[in-house]
Write a protein that binds this ligand. Structure first.
Ligand code: SIN
Length: 187
């Protein structure tokens, strides 16, 4: 996939001069924190909902058989729950590389469980990126996930680890859980 968001993300200057930034994770960033962080807290952002609508050609699939991973789509009134990490700007190079297949940094208000909030960062793959696959039924999504495998492992593992992490957080997500149920029925 030709789109690579590293250069665009490198030009984002919202947090220039900050020594620490909160990063909100809603997908693999919940269950796979492969970067150092100063603090980690359950958190949420408003107006977005999690969907398995982004193609993965580099981590959980290939060019020939892309997998499906989550992105956020606008949903007025919705709340997306996940995990926030306090990181130093030195981590952005690694994060930009990890999320390079279509994800752009966006500044958002991140809410914590104690009612406080802070302006932080989230990686979102919008519908105009080249790897965006868009909606499909949860059954079709499960079928695609069942057949996809990439350098980071089976696509199935991404789905199952995300579902398990959301259960551990106590934040059920019916879209994710419905795909998980369909996947259980596929050998
Ligand atoms: C995220 O987890 O916040 C972004 C999507 C992903 O890497 O799975």
């Amino acid at each position: 996939m030709s789109l690579n968001t590293i250069a665009i993300n490198g030009r984002m200057d919202t947090f220039d001069g900050h020594h620490q930034v909160w990063l909100f994770g809603y997908g693999s960033l919940i269950f796979k924190a492969d970067f150092p962080y100063l603090e980690r807290r359950p958190a949420s952002i408003g107006g977005w909902t999690r969907r398995f609508w982004q193609g993965s050609h580099d981590h959980r699939g290939t060019e020939a058989a892309p997998g499906r991973v989550v992105t956020l789509v606008p949903a007025p009134g919705a709340v997306c729950h996940g995990m926030a990490y306090l990181v130093t700007p030195e981590e952005f190079a690694h994060l930009d590389h990890r999320e390079k297949n279509g994800y752009l940094r966006l500044a958002v208000d991140i809410g914590f469980e104690d009612g406080s909030s802070v302006l932080g960062l989230v990686y979102i793959a919008t519908e105009d990126n080249a790897a965006f696959l868009g909606p499909a039924s949860e059954r079709e999504i499960a079928q695609q996930i069942a057949g996809a495998h990439g350098p980071s492992g089976p696509n199935r593992e991404y789905l199952l680890e995300l579902a398990s992490a959301l259960r551990d957080l106590g934040k059920p997500d019916e879209h994710v859980f419905a795909i998980e149920r369909h996947l259980a029925g596929i050998a």
